[in-house]
Ligand binder design. Structure first.
Ligand code: ACO
Length: 338
C-alpha cells in the first residue's frame, strides 16, 4: 500500500511526539522500539517502568532508552495532572480526591499529557476497550472548535481491480463512535470524513450521505434527517463535493447514479461514504472487509482537538506501528490547518 508508505514518510519528515498509555503491554512496547528505530515519532511510554525494563531486556529491544518513560503509580508530576483534571472536570462534579486517583490511571494520564501539550497524539487499545479511551478523550481533550461530534472513519483498501473508489480506496464513517447522530452531527461527520479522505487517505473526496432512499424515492423521518444533514453540510462547506440522500448503488455505480439522481455531482462516483447511523456504518465496513475482501484501516478518530486513536485488542505490532504513523499524520494536518 503506497499510502501507508507515504504516511510513514510524512511522519518521519515532521516528527511528532506520540503517547502510548499501554507502554507495558508487550506488542505496544515492541512497536515502540520499531517506531523509534525508524524515526516515525518520539514516544512517551506510560506503564510500570520495572516491567517495561524487564520486557525490554527479554525482547532484546535496542531503542527503548530513547523513549520517555512515565510510571503512573510513581509519578513526580501526579499532582500537576490531578490539578489539571480537577480544573477541567470540577464543573461536572469531580472532586480533587477523584482527580488525584484518576491521574494515576494510565489512560487518564496519557490523555492529560496530550491535553497539556506533552504529546501531539495518543494511541491505545491493545488491551483496553474503545470506551476506556474514548470517554476520557471526549471529557478532557474535547473537540476541534466548530465540531461537537467525534466519529470514526475507516480507510477501505479495495481488492485489486475493484472499479469503485479512487486509487483503490474509499473512506467510510461513522463506523465507531456515535450510535444515533442528529442531523447536525451527521453533517459534522460528513465534513470531518471529507477532511480525513483528503488529509489521510489522500483522495479528493466525493462525499455521499447514504440512505435507503435516493432523492425522495422513499419518505420517512430518518430520510428527512439525511436530507437535513446534507443541507447543513453543504451550507457549511460549499467547497465540498457532497450529496445526499443517496442509496449505496446510486452513490457508487455511474449508471444507477445517473438514472436515480440525474444532475448530482456525486452520484455514481462517491469515494467517501457517510452512513446514517453507527449500526449501518459498523456493519457495512465489516461486510465490505469480510465479503468484499477489502483491507480496513482504522478507525481513524476524527473531530478530537488532538488525535487519539484506538486499536483492536487483537492488533499486531504492525497495526500499532501504522496507527502511530497515521496519528502523527493527523497531528501534522491539524497543525497545518491552524
Ligand atoms: N462526540 C463528542 N463528544 C461526545 C460524544 C461524541 N460522539 N459522545 C459523548 N461525548 C461527550 C459527552 O458530551 C460527555 O462530555 P461531558 O462529560 O464533558 O459533558 C462525555 O463525552 C461523556 O459522555 P457520556 O454520554 O457520558 O459517554 P458515554 O458513556 O455515552 O460514552 C462513547 C461515549 C464511549 C463514545 C459511547 O457513545 C460509545 O460507547 N460509543 C460506541 C463505541 C463502540 O462501541 N463502537 C463500536 C466498536 S469500535 C469498532 O468496531 C471499530
Amino acid at each position: 500500500m503506497d499510502l501507508i508508505k507515504e504516511i510513514i514518510r510524512n511522519a518521519q519528515e515532521h516528527k511528532q511526539r506520540i503517547v502510548l498509555p499501554e507502554g507495558d503491554e508487550p506488542r505496544t512496547l515492541q512497536a515502540a522500539d520499531r517506531i523509534i528505530a525508524d524515526g516515525i515519532a518520539d514516544v512517551v511510554l506510560i506503564g510500570n517502568v520495572a516491567e517495561i525494563k524487564k520486557m525490554t531486556a527479554e525482547f532484546g529491544l535496542k531503542n527503548i532508552d530513547k523513549a520517555t518513560l512515565v510510571d503512573p503509580k510513581n509519578n513526580p508530576d501526579r499532582d500537576k495532572y490531578a490539578a489539571l483534571l480537577y480544573e477541567l472536570r470540577k464543573a461536572k462534579g469531580m472532586t480533587m480526591e477523584q482527580a488525584t486517583a484518576l491521574a494515576e490511571n494510565f489512560m487518564y494520564l496519557g490523555i492529560l499529557m496530550v491535553k497539556n501539550g506533552e504529546g501531539d497524539g495518543l494511541v491505545s487499545g491493545a488491551r483496553s476497550t474503545t470506551g476506556d479511551m474514548l470517554r476520557p478523550a471526549l471529557q478532557i481533550i474535547k473537540t476541534i472548535p466548530g465540531v461537537s461530534c467525534v466519529s470514526g472513519a475507516f480507510i477501505m483498501f479495495l481488492q485489486d481491480g475493484c472499479k469503485y473508489g479512487t486509487d483503490g480506496k474509499m473512506v467510510f464513517a461513522d463506523c465507531a463512535v456515535t450510535p444515533v447522530p442528529t442531523a447536525e452531527q451527521l453533517a459534522e461527520i460528513a465534513i470531518c470524513t471529507a477532511d480525513t479522505a483528503k488529509n489521510i487517505a489522500k483522495i479528493d473526496p466525493a462525499v455521499a450521505i447514504l440512505s435507503f432512499s435516493t432523492k425522495g424515492s422513499a419518505k420517512h423521518e430518518v430520510v428527512d434527517k439525511v436530507i437535513t444533514a446534507t443541507n447543513i453540510a453543504r451550507e457549511r462547506r460549499p467547497d465540498l463535493l457532497l450529496d445526499g440522500e443517496l442509496q449505496a448503488d446510486a452513490a457508487i455505480v455511474p449508471s444507477v447514479g445517473s438514472s436515480k439522481a440525474p444532475g448530482s455531482n456525486v452520484a455514481g462516483k462517491a469515494n467517501t461514504l457517510v452512513f446514517p447511523s453507527l449500526e449501518v456504518g459498523n456493519i457495512a465496513y465489516k461486510l465490505v472487509q469480510r465479503l468484499g475482501g477489502a483491507e480496513a484501516v482504522g478507525p481513524v478518530l476524527q473531530g478530537l482537538a488532538k488525535p487519539c486513536n484506538d486499536l483492536s485488542r487483537g492488533c499486531s505490532i504492525d497495526d500499532i506501528y501504522k496507527l502511530v504513523a497515521i496519528t502523527a499524520n493527523q497531528a501534522i494536518a491539524q497543525k497545518s490547518n491552524k
